[in-house]
Design a protein around this ligand. Structure first.
Ligand code: ASP
Length: 381
């Protein structure tokens, strides 16, 4: 819901403090004092009622550049990511109070290149706990941009709710000139509180653009307009302080998902192998030796595998390891390619990039080892 900004009603001042301020008005008649007290009480209760009316949004913080600090306002690289606590980020955007009542929770304080499966599981479980509370309208997750797409997609597969979950970050640290974090945070809180954002899967909202957590990827190392959904485009946009939606995700997500992480404390090991000229079986053998239950192959073109690596992947399938073919191209669909890939039992990763294919394969392996079933999941999610 986009609400107009309201004048300060004093609702955020404690009743005790308001009364102390009033009793300082010495020299008034008793009647005047009573009138003043009554007016103040009405204002205060109206303010409190308005605050109680506002949607409740939970903010879960994980670190990243949005919480990053640098030595100077012009430093935009080489800063300390994840330095500031969530309450500091919230306090820096007092306008949030006009749209929602927020709570802040620090889950971890990391630069997201250090994201782990444990953090993903913790976030998914916490989102599900919070969203089960009828008082909570939605969730915002502050995150580093490096692996933001992985968290957004994982939650898109594991959050059991239609309520909005919005994952955001920033490309410039909080201390920079034109830091993008504060506006991204305000936009995200408004989006998480917006009934129009419900049942669209997990959302990513940076730079006034609303993307699907399934489709979006970080496409540029340093630019603020880094989040893109190749071939698909945005779900919507934010303009003039309002949210506009253009389309809905077509793939299964959130409450439609068959995956349940509530009893999981770890995920199966899945490694990604990235092909290149003169690729050979060394990395595939290393993944097998490390105990991988699945391998995602970031192939060339339509998921092609180097002839020197292919026998190792075929052997992996024979050993019961699921092998998914993805592509290093950055867009397009991996669909049936060489006849022998089918015979070897490789699974097509469809439109998921390698890092997202890894997450779906991990969740798939919590349910089945059957390549046909896993192939179905890659068609549906
Ligand atoms: N390295 C940072 C991180 O992912 C980059 C960012 O947040 O933009 O945490």
């Amino acid at each position: 819901m986009n609400r107009p900004s309201r004048p300060d009603t004093g609702a955020d001042k404690t009743p005790d403090r308001r009364v102390r301020m009033l009793t300082k008005t010495t020299g008034q008649t008793d009647m005047n004092f009573k009138k003043t007290l009554l007016a103040a009480a009405l204002t205060l209760s109206a303010g409190l009622a308005m605050a109680a009316d506002l949607p409740q949004v939970a903010i879960l913080a994980t670190g990243g550049t949005i919480a990053g600090t640098a030595a100077s306002a012009t430093q935009t690289t080489g800063y300390k990511a994840g330095d500031l606590a969530i309450q500091t980020l919230i306090d820096a955007v007092p306008q949030i109070k006009d749209y929602a009542t927020v709570t802040g929770e620090q889950i971890v304080k990391i630069s997201s290149n250090n994201l782990t499966d444990q953090v993903l599981l913790t976030l998914a479980k916490r989102c599900n706990e919070l969203l089960a509370d009828p008082k909570v309208s939605g969730i915002v997750i502050t995150h580093g941009t490096d692996t933001l797409e992985e968290t957004a997609f994982f939650l898109n597969l594991t959050v059991k709710s239609k309520k909005p979950v919005v994952v955001i970050g920033a490309m410039r640290p909080a201390t920079a000139i034109s830091a993008d974090g504060p506006m991204n945070l305000l936009n995200a809180v408004k989006l998480a509180a917006d009934p129009k954002a419900q049942d669209r899967g997990v959302l990513v909202a940076l730079n006034d653009q609303i993307s699907s957590g399934r489709d979006v990827t970080k496409s540029n190392t340093t630019n603020v307009a880094t989040f893109k959904s190749p071939d698909l485009g945005y779900l919507g946009y934010i303009a003039g302080g309002k949210n506009y939606f253009l389309r809905n995700p077509a793939m299964r997500h959130t409450h439609q998902s068959e995956f349940d992480v509530s009893k999981l404390d770890k995920l199966p090991r899945v490694d990604i192998l990235y092909t290149h000229a003169s690729d050979d079986r060394v990395l595939a053998d290393a993944a097998i030796a490390a105990g991988a239950k699945g391998i995602v192959h970031a192939g060339s073109g339509n998921g092609s595998v180097h002839g020197q690596t292919e026998p190792a992947l075929a052997e992996a399938v024979q050993k019961g390891i699921a092998v998914v073919l993805s592509s290093r191209t950055g867009s397009g669909v991996v669909c049936p390619n060489e006849e022998q890939y089918n015979k070897a039992g490789f699974i097509e990763g469809r439109t998921l990039n390698p890092q997202k294919a890894r997450l779906l394969l991990q969740l798939a392996l919590t349910k089945t080892n059957d390549p046909k079933e896993i192939a179905r999941m890659f068609e549906e999610y």
